[in-house]
Design a protein around this ligand. Sequence first.
Ligand code: UTP
Length: 235
Amino acid sequence: MKKIVLSIGGSILVPSLESNKISKFSEILKILSQKYRVFVVVGGGGEARRYIEQARSLGIDEATSDELGILITRINASMLMWALGEDAYRSVPENYTDAVLAGDSGKIVIMGGVTPAQTTDAVSAVLSERVGADFLVNVTSVDGIYSEDPKKNDKAVKYEIITPDELLAIISGAGMEAGSNTVIDLVAAKVLKRSGIPLVVIDGRNPENLTDTLIKGKFDGSIVSADGKNPLDQI
Ligand code: UTP
């Protein structure tokens, strides 16, 4: 069985608490787990940003504000984990070694953030290294990697397949303050470059894109691959 790590943005899984997509993603993760060994890293979304904003206005430092963001990612991870019932490992690992051990159960492992000054994208890249993932899937709110932010510039070009160096060039201008947002963070991109683990970017606003891509082989996102090979060709 191939091993995959999914990085699911908080804004995708929990756009707001009341409009959460946890039930839909649980259904999809159960399907994926019949074909893959699945590890999931869940983001904090708007709720994390709201807490971080308030923390700053209280004069709380950036790293401590990050810790609040991490707590929110773990709340989202816990909701997904409990919704999955017996299919999930019943604890949210707070470090990589615990995640590796949880993976030995053969169940779906769900975790959130780990340490300040990064986002859950970085967690998912490091976790991919630790578990020896065949590829990392970033489930996000754009339909691929663009030359610029497509929400800000409609002339931005979408890439089908690029190298880790090209990805680094695209995102290297991004900020690192608590709550900042890009397609994938700089730490994650650097980890992917050193490990050579491919990245698949999927638009998670339609959760069915996951089964289309990873089960049916119908893909419309972007790929980062060091050797130019598409990891989806071998699924
Ligand atoms: P996210 O990973 O959710 O950041 O973590 P994001 O880029 O806002 O992601 P989306 O919107 O869900 O896709 C939320 C915040 O939690 C802190 C950071 O401040 C981050 O911006 N965090 C998260 C950490 O400091 N370390 C971590 O390992 C994870």
